[in-house]
Design a protein around this ligand. Structure first.
Ligand code: PMP
Length: 440
């Protein structure tokens, strides 16, 4: 296999330098201001000025269909969310050490979507913080430091969770308290994905114990988004979760990507019929207002709080709760889970037809509006083609569609449009992909 593994920020990244002509372009200013850490999408970075529903508008007036970004999940600049934040910011925005009814109402509405066992929720501002808390809970509960993650997982950017994010490593690999296992693919485990994945978890537990770290837990994104999107067969995580518990570990579902309705279910773990010990969430939680959370049982949380209290200045403010409530309202009132299921199935069927007609498209995998499309060379699924993925991502952009890539080599097109996607939007994408493949 000739494709090289790529780190997550390398996918569809601008790789040029400042443009020499005019010192005051936004691009030059960005390069000066952020330096080596500047990460921009696309060969020609785009300046965006407005968003509505599934569409973004650039400074030059071009409108783009956004299939890239799963944060504005109920639609860019959703009027209900904007009004709720604006209203709350105009009334009161205090931290969670004061009582306020909006925050309590939000927590109760959020808890109603989760298994009853997970009845305590800590609010923070980023998925990274939520996962950082989760691994702290798991370490304190088990007295161990060993974790299992999948090969191209990404769980965030604090020092602790970066170590559990192989996808973020440009060189080197996770430290020895982290055991990396293949994601749930037929290529790794054959037809018995549940059995193969569970065996890999058990071997990893054994290895962590052998190295003296013990086993604290398995953290996984139930849709395995940065690994390349592997939702099938639904239920395959069940036996792995059981194995984790029998070994005394904690099962952490990182719902930062699939959570809040995208798979047609409120939570990605529901498709697997499991109740995690800890659920973390973020991205679409505030539709762009920075919010995240960690839900767990009162027993696990109490142990954490014996060692450290928890407070976040911005986590759980009244304004963030107002944003979160408006997101839950939109999901319910606009039938967005149902829409994710129905339009997701319609779009997946169109993409399947494209795959059947083109041997370079080796597989389409989907759950609701989370879809992965694998690209390969010469009709050979074992020959991933990240070059074609890069080409399609940039050509689709020229056809006014924004899309990202994922997987170890970046050969999987990653589809995550807002959940208010219409059939016309789905057709716009499928037609653009057909045309783009025709000329690629
Ligand atoms: N978990 C997963 C699965 C993610 O995809 C991400 C972000 N891409 C994170 C955690 C970290 O979230 P944040 O960037 O909000 O810290």
């Amino acid at each position: 296999m000739s494709a090289e593994p790529r780190d997550i920020l390398d996918m569809n990244a601008f790789d040029g330098n400042a443009d020499g002509e005019d010192d005051d372009t936004l691009l030059n200013r960005r390069m000066r201001n952020v330096g080596a850490a500047s990460v921009l999408f696309y060969k020609q970075p785009i300046e965006m000025v407005r968003g509505r529903g599934c569409w973004l508008e650039a400074a030059d007036g071009t409108r783009y269909l956004d299939f890239y970004n799963n944060v504005p999940s109920v639609g860019h600049c959703h009027p209900g969310v904007v009004a709720a934040i604006r209203h709350q910011l105009g009334e009161l925005n205090v931290n969670s050490r004061y009582l306020n009814a909006t925050t309590e109402m939000y927590l109760e509405r959020l808890k109603a979507t989760l298994p009853t066992r997970l009845s305590n929720i800590l609010l923070a501002c980023s998925g990274s913080e939520a996962n950082d808390l989760a691994i702290r809970v798991a370490k304190i509960e088990t007295g161990c430091t060993g974790f299992i993650v999948t090969k191209t997982a990404y769980h965030g950017n604090t020092s602790a969770v970066l170590e559990l994010s192989p996808a973020a490593f440009k060189r080197g690999k996770p430290p020895p308290h982290v055991e990396v296992i293949p994601p749930p693919t037929a290529a790794a485990y054959g037809a018995n994905i549940a059995g193969g994945f569970t065996d890999a978890v058990c071997r990893a537990i054994h290895a962590l114990r052998g190295r003296g770290y013990g086993f604290a837990g398995l953290i996984c994104d139930p849709i395995f988004s940065s690994d390349g999107i592997f939702p099938h067969p639904a239920g395959f995580l069940g036996t792995a979760a059981t194995a984790v518990r029998s070994a005394g570990g904690v099962f952490i579902a990182d719902e930062v990507q699939p959570g809040f309705g995208r798979t047609g279910h409120m939570w990605g773990f529901e498709r697997h019929g499991i109740t995690p010990d800890i659920v973390t969430m973020g991205k679409p939680m505030g539709n762009g207002y920075p919010m995240s959370g960690m839900a767990t049982s009162p027993e696990l949380l109490a142990k954490l709080c014996e060692d450290f209290g928890y407070f976040s200045t911005f986590g759980g403010t009244a304004a963030s709760a107002a944003a979160g409530l408006a997101v839950l309202d939109a999901i319910r009132d606009e039938g967005l889970q149902e829409n994710a299921t129905n339009i997701g199935a319609y779009l997946a069927a169109r993409l399947q037809a494209i795959a059947e007609a083109d041997e370079r498209v080796s597989e389409v995998r989907s759950a609701g509006l989370f879809i992965g499309i694998d690209l390969c060379r010469d009709g050979s699924p074992s020959e991933p083609d990240p070059g074609l993925a890069d080409q399609l991502v940039n050509s689709l952009c020229e056809r006014r569609v924004l899309i990202g890539s994922a997987g170890p080599y970046g050969h999987t097109l990653k589809i995550r449009p807002p959940l208010c996607l219409t059939r016309e939007d789905a057709d716009f994408f499928a037609d653009a992909l057909t045309e783009t493949l025709r000329t690629a």
